[in-house]
Design a protein around this ligand. Sequence first.
Ligand SMILES: Nc1ncnc2c1ncn2[C@@H]1O[C@H](COP(=O)(O)OP(=O)(O)OP(=O)(O)O)[C@@H](O)[C@H]1O
Length: 367
Amino acid sequence: MTGPMTVDLRATRGAFRMAAAFEVAPGEILAVIGPNGSGKSTLLDAIAGHLPATGHVSIGTRVLDAPEGARRAVRVPPAERRMALLGQRALLFPHLSVLENVAFGPRAQGVPRAEARRRARARLEEVGLGAFAPRRPAALSGGQQQRAAIARALAAAPEVLLLDEPFAALDAQTAAQARRLIAAQRDDAGIPVVLVTHDPMDALLLATRTLVMQGGSVVQSGPTAEVLGHPRSDFVAAVAGVNRVVVTGAGSGAVRSPGDLTLRGHGDPLGEGEHGTAVFAPGSVRVRAVPASSAPEALSPSANRWIGTVSLLEPQPGGIRVHSAEQPGIAVDCPSTVAVALGLRPGLPLAFEVAAEDVSVRADRAR
Ligand SMILES: Nc1ncnc2c1ncn2[C@@H]1O[C@H](COP(=O)(O)OP(=O)(O)OP(=O)(O)O)[C@@H](O)[C@H]1O
């Protein structure tokens, strides 16, 4: 059991500037998401000490980085931080066997050779590579090399685990196995884990909290369900697969979008003219046919209902994603049975409806 990891760092890479501050509790996984080039790897490299940075990093009472202005400037070299940084590429030592690669960490910490090999063997069994122990890394597939890298990271018994897209190069089955290993390490070793990921499912399944980086800064952080459930940026909305609509308070508890959609939802009440966002899932919108004989008043939109003409249809698992010409920024997922019954095609007018309990509203002021 280690203590919490506290981070408050600034680093530069060429013209790029990164700044982030957060704490990760022992036994907690913090997910870090963000667009390409937003600074996620820079953050992990700075924490691991591979990149010059200013600020503070500590694990419990052990200070790893303290700024020049502190009572005593501290900068612990990467090899002495007791952190494991695992990236997308395995980076195993090519001239050592898989077993020797995994035993390397314990050996470097002074563990006797026989014991280091015993630990390495146990870790390799856990990742399903027991039979590959004598081989050189080049004789392993990419996925097997990554599993060996996970075994190597865990064999060193780190006090903090830094993971940079560790499942990205793995097939679905191996990725699931690797996720279980990481979750077990979190629970058994009770260490803080920072997980950079592009997959919202990783954040949802593994991380209690999620931090969003954009342009080198933290733009949102909080419980994973809140961050993905009410994204503050289009990037996170796309990652979470939800519609995010900029709205303004329209009085009587309703909000209005720039596309003139009137919505009622739950969450923050918006005063008239006050700015905020409304979020709802594409699958929570009901789609119905517009009868050809409809009276004009039956077509007039009311709160949470709108009429749209199909402009784009995209296949989705289990159905079709529908976009309309009138509300191009709103995606609606239509189950395949309904899509067939409606005879979905571009140009078809449709009635859309979303229940108020499925619409989450947040005021900008609450940021
Ligand atoms: N060695 C380097 N020298 C100069 N600039 C760099 C270097 N490495 C990265 N950068 C720049 O730093 C910025 C942040 O890169 P970083 O790799 O941290 O982003 P990221 O969020 O991890 O991206 P990705 O999701 O693509 O892995 C980018 O603009 C990148 O071009």
